[in-house]
Each structure stands twice: as structure tokens, then as C-alpha cells.
Design a binder for this molecule. Structure first.
Ligand code: XMP
Length: 515
């Protein structure tokens, strides 16, 4: 999007695992921001017309060969700068201070003691807890800087030049620094002079205009998956180009219970866009018969999906554009080779993530938004809540929630059990607090007893997680009654399943899905 008409800040990414989190926090404070790799040429960053620049943390040491550095144009820009962790060390090093290797790594919570007045800490108490994670430490501040705060191990836990350049040795963006968001807010409003009035609704009008400019009189297709991202992308494109958009919904037989009916109702009756549903259940199931390897399943589903989609697009004829619900975190993840490598643990098959050789030009209206912002846009566009707040669902669908071979019986069991778990979670009012919840059908069979009979059925595993960004997740501490009711209903109502367990693995080391 053309963000230049909003006030914006730039975040330079020096490789920290928390860089994306800084961007999220800034957006939560209603300031538009974009994350750039640290070595992005200055003219590219300047196009955003930033009112300030945040320098992220990172794993390097300023003395290492090839260590990332702050480009001279940034230091010369006259803009407010906030260096966090490595960002602070790079500032100190490049502006004439001294950074030395620490004897021990400081990791974990520490108490910050303020030692000078600064707008950065306006409204904060004299002492408060912060989260530290650094090896090197600053031994001497650059000329013109003064210490703003210290901890037991870091005499220079915060520094400032009294005007526009600040450094924090700790991480204000993580939840373990409970007052961190206020510090970021102070930087944005008091130091950069931002109003903090950016909202996703500003985004809609601009985005509609941009789609019109890009597409002209052309035809667009979009693959709907039932998930919120493709739904919002499709609605936005429909808003912009009306009937020149055709949506394709592939029923691969791996959908959740009633999902096809819900999508059809929402889009045919509510949004009233042109929707073609393809019933490809047979095709996918026969291609998956006998396959047990998770990566092989994903590959097959991806391949069949492209086949079906291509055939449909050909039938429509004259299509030049493909609309996709790519979100900002995906854009960030693929921005640099290192991030791409780090992020790829599974081959994600995104419905709509179609190969480049389809020869269609991409329209990605959500590529600068985070998930919660996409939900806001979805509501503003009039999408029903059950689509806007539905838990994310992987492109390969129930196939990756059935460990081992996907058979019609096990699919039916997965669908029923999943619906029961969802009902119980909704009944307890917990659905929106969870990032995802679902049932996994394991290939393990165990002995049980029902009435006077011995049973020998499969083990179902319940998975429920909380997560901000799906990169890390914690297993949800669900109330016992919810687990008890779900377990008893699954065993009673789904004959194939005779035992229920609850997955108490966080991510890492586990992933959210089992395959
Ligand atoms: P994992 O299992 O890697 O999942 O912790 C992180 C998030 O990604 C979703 N996921 C997928 N989404 N295609 C998708 O569109 C996929 O192949 C896929 N695999 C996992 C998962 O549901 C979670 O939200």
C-alpha cells in the first residue's frame, strides 16, 4: 500500500527473533510501520517518509566480522532513533562509545532503575521490571549521551542524547517487560510526534483504489479456503472490481464439518460475489489413498489443488490476476534467506499459494497487515463473525490432522470429533481466547470397555493453543470440565474413537499441527 499518506515509522531488522513483535506493538499503538532488513538501501526506506526509526535487536556482536551496522544515511537523517538491544549497541559503537564482550550473558527479568528524567519513560515509576537478553555490554556511552536507567548488571540499560536518539538494552516489545508498550508509545508520540490514528479502515479506501489501478479492466480469480485471510482478500477485491472477480472454492473433502455450506452461504448470499465450488473430493481422496508420509501428503494435496484450480481458471477464460490473502508475517518471513530458512519446518501448502508458472499476476491486498488487522477489515467489510473469527485452518485441511493414512472413515471421525470439541469450547466461551483448537486422529488403537463390551478403537488427541503470532504457542490450560465433556462426548458419539488424550506440548519444541 502507499503508506506515505499516513504517519509511519520504519523498523530496521538486525535479526532478532522479536523484530516482528516490535512491528506488531507499533501497529497496536495505531502507527503504521514497516519492517526492513538492516541493509535495505536508504531510498527504499525513505519512501515510507518515516517520522522515526526503530533499530531492532539481533544475535550478532558489533565486533564480529561482517556484523550488521547502521547505515550512515540513517544516522545523518535527523530522524528520532530508538535502538533496542543490538540496535543500542550499534548506536553506541558507531557514535563513539565502547561496547565490550560481556563475561556472562544477561538473560531474563531484571529491575530497571531510572536515573534521569526523559520523555521516553514519561508516566512510568522509578523502578520497573524489564526483559534482558544480551551478551555484549556498553562500557562507555558515546559523547553527548547520558545514562537514563540501570539494572544490577548493566550500568547503561538505557541511554539518550537528550534530543532524538535513544537506546534500550532491554526488550520493550515482549510481554515480560510489562510497561514496555508505554515506552514504545512515548517514543512514537512524544519523540516522533505521531498522532497514533492509523486504523485498518484508512486502509480499505486506499487499498480499493490500488486494486483498481493494478487490475484496470482485467479479470481476477481468488481461491477461497474458508479461512479469514482469503475471505477478506476476496471481499476487498470484490469491493474494488465487482463481478470481474470470480472466487473458486475447492472442496477437497478435507474440510471441517459444514465448512462448505458456511462458505457458500457467506459469499453467495452475504457478499454476493461470483463463487464456483468444485467438488473434487473423489480426486483428492483417491490420490491420498495409501499415503502415510506427512510431506508426501502435503505434496499430493498441493499438486491436486493446482490441477483443479488451473482447470477452473481456464474455464473462466481471459484471467490475468490472482488475488491472494498473503499476510505481513509471511512477507516478513520470506524477506531474507536466513528468515526463510529458519521459518521452514514444514512445507506449508497455502490454499491460494499457487505456483508462479500459472502466469497470473498477484494481487495481495493484505500484504502489509497483521492477522488482527485483517479481522478488523473483515468486520468492516461486513463478513460474518463466524468467518472473521474462525480459527486458522491449514491448506491441507484434516489430512494433516489424521496421522497416517487418510481414509473416508477416519475423515468422518475427525470431522465429528472436531465439531464436538469446537462446540464445547464455544459453549464455555473460550473460542476467541484460543488461537487454535482441534482434534488429531492418531493411528494408535487401544483397548477400552463400553457397557459390557470390549472396544478397540483409535486414540484422539485434543490440541488447543494460545499464541500471538503462531511462531510460538503455549498449550491452553483448558478447564477440566471442558476436557471432561469433550472426552465423554467424543467417545460416546464417534464410534471409531475410544480414547481421548490432551496434548500438553508448547511450540517450540512441538509444532501446532501434528504433521
Ligand atoms: P505449525 O504446525 O507449523 O503451524 O506450528 C503454524 C500455523 O500454520 C498453520 N499451518 C498451515 N497453514 N498450510 C497452511 O495454510 C499448511 O500447510 C499449514 N501447516 C500448518 C497451522 O495451522 C498454524 O496455524
Amino acid at each position: 500500500m502507499n503508506a506515505a499518506s499516513h504517519e509511519a515509522v520504519a523498523i530496521l531488522d538486525f535479526g532478532s527473533q522479536y523484530s516482528q513483535l516490535i512491528a506488531r506493538r507499533v501497529r497496536e499503538l495505531r502507527v503504521y510501520c514497516e519492517l526492513f532488513p538492516w541493509d535495505t538501501p536508504w531510498p527504499v526506506i525513505a519512501r515510507l517518509q518515516p517520522k522515526g526509526i526503530i533499530l531492532s535487536g539481533g544475535p550478532a556482536s558489533v565486533y564480529e566480522e561482517g556484523a550488521p551496522f547502521i547505515q550512515p544515511e540513517i544516522l545523518a537523517s535527523g530522524l528520532p532513533l530508538l535502538g533496542i538491544c543490538y540496535g543500542m549497541q550499534a548506536l553506541a559503537h558507531q557514535l563513539g562509545g565502547r561496547v565490550v564482550p560481556g563475561q556472562t550473558r544477561e538473560y531474563g527479568q531484571a529491575i530497571l532503575e531510572r536515573c534521569a528524567e526523559t520523555p521516553l519513560f514519561a508516566g512510568l515509576p522509578p523502578e520497573f521490571p524489564v526483559w534482558m537478553s544480551h551478551g555484549d555490554r556498553i562500557e562507555a556511552l558515546p559523547p553527548g549521551f547520558q545514562p537514563l536507567a540501570r539494572t544490577a548488571n548493566s550500568p547503561f540499560a538505557a541511554m539518550g542524547d537528550g534530543q532524538r536518539i535513544f537506546g534500550l538494552q532491554f526488550h520493550p516489545e515482549v510481554v515480560h517487560t510489562p510497561r514496555g508498550k508505554e515506552i514504545l508509545a512515548n517514543f512514537l508520540t512524544l519523540i516522533c510526534g505521531c498522532r497514533g490514528d492509523w486504523t485498518p479502515s484508512n486502509f480499505i479506501a486506499e487499498s480499493v483504489q490500488q486494486i483498481r489501478d493494478q487490475v484496470g479492466e482485467g479479470k481476477v480469480v481468488c481461491a477461497l479456503s474458508g479461512g479469514v485471510d482469503s475471505a477478506v482478500a476476496a471481499s476487498l477485491v470484490h469491493w474494488a472490481v465487482g463481478d470481474r472477480l470470480t472466487c473458486i472454492f475447492v472442496d477437497h473433502g478435507l474440510l471441517r464439518k459444514n465448512e462448505r455450506q458456511q462458505v457458500e452461504a457467506a459469499f453467495r448470499e452475504n457478499v454476493r460475489l461470483t463463487l464456483r465450488t468444485v467438488d473434487a473430493r473423489e480426486q483428492f481422496l483417491s490420490a491420498l489413498a495409501g499415503v502415510t508420509d506427512p510431506e508426501e501428503k502435503r505434496r499430493i494435496i498441493g499438486r491436486e489443488f493446482v490441477r483443479v484450480f488451473e482447470a477452473e481458471a481456464r474455464t473462466i477464460g481471459g484471467v490475468r490476476f490472482l488475488a491472494q490473502g498473503t499476510l505481513y508475517p509471511d512477507v516478513i518471513e520470506s524477506a531474507t534467506p536466513e528468515r526463510k530458512a529458519a521459518a521452514k519446518i514444514k512445507t506449508h501448502h497455502n490454499v491460494g499459494g499457487l505456483p508462479a508458472d500459472l502466469g497470473l499476476e498477484l494481487v495481495e491486498p493484505l500484504r502489509f497487515l497483521f492477522k488482527d488487522e485483517v479481522r478488523e477489515v473483515g468486520l468492516l467489510l461486513g463478513l460474518p463473525e463466524e468467518i472473521v473469527f474462525r480459527h486458522p485452518f491449514p491448506g491441507p485441511g484434516l489430512a494433516v490432522r489424521i496421522i497416517g493414512e487418510v481414509t473416508p472413515e477416519r475423515l468422518a471421525a475427525a470431522r465429528e470429533a472436531d465439531a464436538i470439541f469446537e462446540q464445547e469450547i464455544r459453549r464455555a466461551g473460550l473460542y476467541r481466547q484460543l488461537a487454535q483448537s482441534f482434534v488429531v486422529i492418531t493411528p494408535v488403537r487401544t483397548v477400552g470397555v463400553m457397557g459390557d463390551y470390549r472396544t478397540y478403537g483409535y486414540v484422539a488427541a485434543l490440541r488447543a493453543v494460545t499464541s500471538d503470532d503462531f511462531m510460538t504457542a503455549d498449550w491452553a490450560r483448558l478447564p477440566e470440565e471442558v476436557l471432561a465433556r469433550t472426552s465423554s462426548r467424543i467417545v460416546n458419539e464417534v464410534p471409531l474413537l475410544t480414547r481421548v488424550v490432551y496434548d500438553i506440548t508448547s511450540k517450540p519444541p512441538g509444532t501446532i499441527e501434528w504433521e
